[in-house]
Design a protein around this ligand. Structure first.
Ligand code: FAD
Length: 189
């Protein structure tokens, strides 16, 4: 089966929810579905989401890439898809990532600054800039936890850890002292 790669840019149609940590909930749901489906079809790639825009890169066998792109095109969570790359691929360049997620990170900010770009607008990227973006996805070690507040299948944000190991140790020592005092008092009676 011939391999191919495809990259496109699009604009999100949803209003981004301000979240303190983790991934925008709409994007988290997209990632959950993508990872499940792409894993089955042996597709690899990555997704950037920033300034309410997407940049997605996919590689795999031609049929799976094109079928998946057809589904993606019909999704109302984004619009104005601009195909940036569509070409045959000799061998795979991604490993172990059915859909790697990288939010608008300091790496991307640096990349934008180095090209004098004010915001993340991948539809206007040149061929060289596209390759740089793909390189950033590939080299990023980051894989942020998925946060979705209204979807149980998505990992929920962790509650702040109130009892740190030091506090737990202090409580244990206090409890042991109290027990010792009670035993001592008991023997004195
Ligand atoms: P389903 O099991 O039918 O749906 C999965 C979940 O997504 C459900 O919770 C459903 O409510 C929700 N959902 C599906 N479609 C919509 C919609 N139009 N609006 C709101 N919620 C919806 N899919 C992939 O398989 N691989 C990808 O790499 C991929 N990348 C994407 C990138 C972007 C930027 C976007 C917007 C979507 C992407 N998708 C991807 C999702 C794709 O558009 C389809 O929604 C998905 O492939 C449907 O797969 P399914 O039939 O298995 O999902």
């Amino acid at each position: 089966m011939p391999l191919m790669r495809l990259a496109y840019a699009s604009e999100a149609t949803f209003e981004p929810k301000p979240v303190d940590q983790g991934v925008e909930p709409h994007v988290a749901r997209i990632l959950m579905t993508s990872r499940r489906n792409n894993g089955r079809s042996d597709l690899m790639g990555g997704l950037y989401y920033g300034d309410n825009r997407f940049f997605q890169y996919l590689e795999g066998d031609e049929e799976s890439v094109l079928k998946t792109y057809e589904r993606i095109k019909g999704d109302e969570r984004h619009r104005n898809l601009t195909k940036l790359i569509e070409e045959p691929l000799e061998k795979r360049t991604f490993s172990n990532w059915s859909m790697k997620y990288v939010p608008l990170s300091s790496d991307v900010r640096r990349f934008l600054a180095s090209h004098n770009l004010d915001s993340f607008d991948p539809a206007s990227f040149t061929a060289v800039q596209c390759e740089e973006m793909i390189g950033l996805i590939r080299s990023s070690s980051q894989s942020q936890k998925l946060v979705g507040y209204d979807d149980e299948s998505v990992e929920a944000p962790k509650k702040a850890q109130v009892y740190t190991p030091a506090i737990r140790m202090g409580l244990f020592v206090a409890a042991a002292c109290l027990l010792g005092a009670l035993v001592f008092a008991g023997t004195m009676l």
